[in-house]
Design a protein around this ligand. Structure first.
Ligand code: ZN
Length: 135
């Protein structure tokens, strides 16, 4: 497995409408995409910071994992995503090393990336996502 960089940081927010002005007007980033990911029950907004993105996550439903996260811990950093060259192989390697997986196989995330999550119990409390651009 080869991790090249932090692909994005996922940040849970109650409202994109309220959060985006901070990133645009205070930090000076430009929101270049807003996308709803129906099966994760979130609406996402993306900013580019060097080669790393910031992904804001707004829950679209009460039973969204992001809604539950905000309820328990408030708004803030939700996960860290690493860019890797092969998610399926990386998952196999992680599992072999005793890391608990949330996703046993890659699935489709925002921006058409292949993604998979590792369990925070195995990653020192940091919900970790692996992702790759599809071929
Ligand atoms: Zn993510």
């Amino acid at each position: 497995m080869n991790i090249s960089h932090i692909e994005h940081l996922g940040i849970a927010v109650k409202s994109l409408e309220e959060a985006i002005p901070y990133y645009e007007n205070v930090l000076g980033f430009k929101c270049y995409a807003i996308e709803e990911v129906a099966d994760q029950k979130v609406k996402t907004a993306f900013f580019m910071v060097g080669q790393t993105k910031i992904e804001l996550l707004e829950p679209t439903s009460e039973d969204s994992t992001i809604a539950k996260f905000i309820e328990k811990r408030g708004e803030g950093i939700h996960h860290m995503a690493f860019a890797t060259d092969g998610v399926a192989n990386a998952l196999a390697e992680m599992e072999e090393k005793g890391i608990r997986l949330i996703d046993k196989a890659p699935r489709k995330g925002a921006e058409g990336l292949n993604i998979a999550f590792l369990h925070p119990k195995s990653t020192l409390g940091v919900l970790t996502e692996l992702c790759e651009k599809p071929e």
